[in-house]
Ligand binder design. Structure first.
Ligand SMILES: *Cc1c(COP(=O)(O)O)cnc(C)c1O
Length: 457
């Protein structure tokens, strides 16, 4: 494929500072080999995350000037409410400062210690929010998702047979709700089909369990449905989004992803009693229900972003950028997760670095080597994030995949910059034998990837 030209032109620029290899070696050492500890100015092209890092449009910036900063009942809230109803078909919702606040609110009301919450794959904060309550987060990806080379149009699907087994074996009341994460970040930004959402709902209904979407990348998921699901191919994206949300009892959302905003989140629920409790709890931890920990201008940016993200020209370019990069890397023999996901390129670190055992964090080794050689910052999604000691046997349990995610911020980097990144990865692959494993010297008990320090093994 050829890259699709950017469907925008640039009105304002931010200078990038190139660095030398010597500087990067020193910075990395000072950062304890943890890329989260770098200063952003030390990074040349920052693909750490697509969360809140995108460029806003001229229309979003101008809408922000209309931000109504009234404490209660601000006009900005009502403009957001219009967008939420138009895009998602939900009338009961609250804004939150981020997606994780929506999770904490929802779980605080609906989930208790000892319960289990199934999901196609839990995002790290979602898992942490459940585990802090004492509930268990059960990941049920389809088996195809474990094989990074295997082609499948909807690798994000939940494994319905395993979900049924879990529901069958659960004690009454043990499963308070189920989640579907669209798209599924942990298996590479892979989509969930509408058919899978519908079947999940039907199955859960038999057991009286409500279904919620972790909807952070709902538009990218809808775009894949538009392109890949025969029953929906060519249908307008807004119609597909409506179909997705019509099947669920509620959703959590981070506006830092498909809200095209730098901050913000949403929690939508259909149940009136739950919604009342959300609003009560909300005031204690997030703010009054019409501003939810945000300023009026943030609500305006989100309201516009929710509509802009559905533009097919935007989606074709966005998903096209990822797809084009994956194709370049694949053709050069670099082990990369296929098919391309929606928001990032995922390198398969165990196939990239077969000489490094999982106990020495191949993903961390690859991500740090890429920074040293190119100044590009990616993110390990693998054993640093997910390996856990089994409480019964004392053995380390490693995740199926050790990936390095190069998340592509929305509307930020040009095709030329991304082509340069792809070239850098191909060069690194040619000298992969020189890359060494890592050892952890300091770590926190939860979400250790944010703060752990490493040394070369
Ligand atoms: C980012 C994200 C979250 C959490 O949202 P924040 O705004 O970062 O708190 C939850 N789930 C998924 C799938 C995400 O990508």
């Amino acid at each position: 494929m050829k890259p699709i030209p950017e469907p925008f032109r640039i009105k304002m620029v931010e200078a990038l500072r190139p660095s030398t290899r010597e500087e990067r070696v020193r910075w990395l050492e000072e950062a304890g080999y943890n890329l989260f500890n770098l200063r952003a100015a030390q990074v040349y092209i920052d693909l750490l995350t697509d969360s809140g890092t995108g460029a806003m449009s001229d229309r979003q910036w101008s809408a922000m000037l209309r931000g109504d900063e009234s404490y209660a009942g601000a006009e900005s809230f009502y403009r957001l409410a219009e967008a939420v109803e138009e895009v998602f078909g939900f009338t009961q919702f609250v804004p939150t400062h981020q997606g994780r606040a929506a999770e904490a609110l929802l779980f605080g009301i609906m989930v208790r210690a000892g319960q289990s919450v199934p999901n196609n794959w839990h995002f790290d904060t979602t898992r942490a929010n459940l585990e802090t309550i004492g509930a268990s987060a059960v990941d049920l990806p389809i088996p195809e998702a474990r094989d990074t080379a295997r082609d499948h149009p909807f690798k994000g699907n939940i494994d319905l047979a395993r979900l049924e087994q879990l529901l069958e074996q659960a004690r009454p009341g043990q499963v308070p709700l189920a989640l579907l994460t669209v798209t599924s970040n942990g298996v590479g930004g892979q989509p969930v089909s509408l058919d899978n959402i519908a079947q999940t709902r039907a199955l859960l209904a038999r057991y009286g369990v409500p279904l919620f979407l972790d909807a952070c990348r709902f538009a990218e998921n809808a775009w894949f449905i538009h392109q890949r699901e025969p029953d929906w191919s060519g249908k307008p994206v807004p119609e597909i989004v409506h179909a997705m949300f019509s099947l669920v009892d509620g959703f959590t959302f981070s506006a830092k992803k498909d809200g095209l905003a730098n901050i913000g989140g949403l929690l939508g629920v259909r149940d009136k009693a739950v919604f009342e409790r959300v609003k009560q709890r909300m005031v204690v931890i997030e703010g009054f229900p019409t501003y939810g920990g945000l300023s009026g201008r943030d609500l305006e940016a989100m309201a516009r972003g929710l509509r802009e993200v559905l533009d097919p020209a935007y989606l074709a370019h966005r998903v096209g950028q990822v797809c084009w990069m994956v194709e370049q890397l694949d053709q050069a023999g670099v082990p990369v997760l296929k098919p391309a996901g929606g928001h990032g390129v995922f390198l398969d670190a165990r196939r990239f670095l077969p000489h490094i055992p999982q106990a020495q964090f191949p993903g961390q080794a690859l991500a740090t080597a890429l920074f040293v050689e190119t100044g590009v910052r990616g993110c390990e999604i693998g054993s640093v994030m997910f390996a856990k000691r089994d409480e019964l046997t004392g053995e380390m349990r490693y995740p199926d995949l050790d990936l390095v995610r190069l998340a592509i911020p929305r509307r930020m980097y040009t095709n030329t910059q991304l082509a340069w990144v792809a070239d850098g990865i191909v060069e690194l692959y040619a000298q992969r034998e020189r890359i060494r494993g890592m050892r952890i010297v300091e770590q926190a008990p939860v979400l250790r990837h944010f703060t752990a320090r490493f040394v070369p093994a």
